[in-house]
Write a protein that binds this ligand. Sequence first.
Ligand SMILES: *Cc1c(COP(=O)(O)O)cnc(C)c1O
Length: 389
Amino acid sequence: MDFAAQASWLEIDAHALRHNIGLFRAVLGAGVRLGGVLKGNAYGHGLLQALPTVHEWCDSLYVIDPLDGLAVRAYEKERSAPQRQVLVLGAAGADEAVALARAGVDLVLTDKGQERFVAALRSAGARKLRAHVHLDTGLGREGFTSGDLPGAVAWLAAAQDVIQVVGVLSHFANTEDVTEQKYAMQQLDAFDKGVLRLQEALSLTSPVERHIAASAATLLLPRARLDAVRIGISLYGLWASNETRLSAHAVLGEVPDLRPALSWRCRSQLTKWLPAGSCVGYGCTYRCPVDTRIAVLPVGYFDGYPRLLSGKAYALVDGQRCPVLGRVMMNHVVLDVTRAARDEIPITATLLGRDGSEQLTADQLASWAQTINYEIVTRLGAHLRRVVV
Ligand SMILES: *Cc1c(COP(=O)(O)O)cnc(C)c1O
């Protein structure tokens, strides 16, 4: 018996992922490593569902959680797949740093507090930890500020028996929200200077991998591509912002054909007719002006369908737009399917994705819910069934 039939599910289009990766390959040409960002459960697409495609076609994989870095190594071992460069971008403890060193997973170093890794690495006697030093060039988040250098990395200079610095990175603050990239250019200048200062402070002789660009900067700032890029949102076929899409046309001469890789579908729990005058949902915010055929969907804000979509959004049924009636509830959404659904029961609603000639994008949901597409996709419940198609 298929118990899961009563829940909504996500479809991950592996061909769309592959297409988007190919598109970045074409933009980058040879010589720049293409990194795929798998944080946030692969932007909601599912780490395990996105991994086979991203692993096969990208040069490096970026995760936030050390456990995800180790999961990639386990995946490779299971399949006897080649080891990709895997880099943990997020916070780690000393024990995790040791585990990453053992697994040959790279870790980003961001602050003096990580000096405590050194003793742990020495007493573990593991392989050297491969580290990328994060320079804060203006985001005001993690990383060493230029004022901190070289003093802040003196401990690193003294730890080269257990830590090998193989990379240096930074992250842009303001590439998505603007169409002129003055601030990014300042960050790039600061990065170039910081790299030199770091190389001096650590007396590095071999070249380090330099990376700073995420999706938007990779498309818009050729100078920012450096040795590697870290592509997140656009790997999944979404634009970092509207400004980015508009600017891409000017920089690249065309708008790259990014293909969204995610669809979210749900079968109705029931359909029924409500007589004119009936209320729908908590707070009775909707009252049917005429006899209305509704579909009750077993999906709600628990699953990541934002409550702010109440009374604003529509879903697609048979390629037709069906309004969300009243409030989005924890486990239920009610659609008006009067015109869409003939007699078929249950109906299948597309909450996100394509149905017939209509397409409902993460950007559209984000604009109704007063947020960004990143939040829409990454908040899709980890419990939802994800199928690769
Ligand atoms: C999230 C993230 C990225 C990817 O950003 P996108 O805009 O999704 O491409 C790259 N680098 C760092 C450090 C990040 O945190």
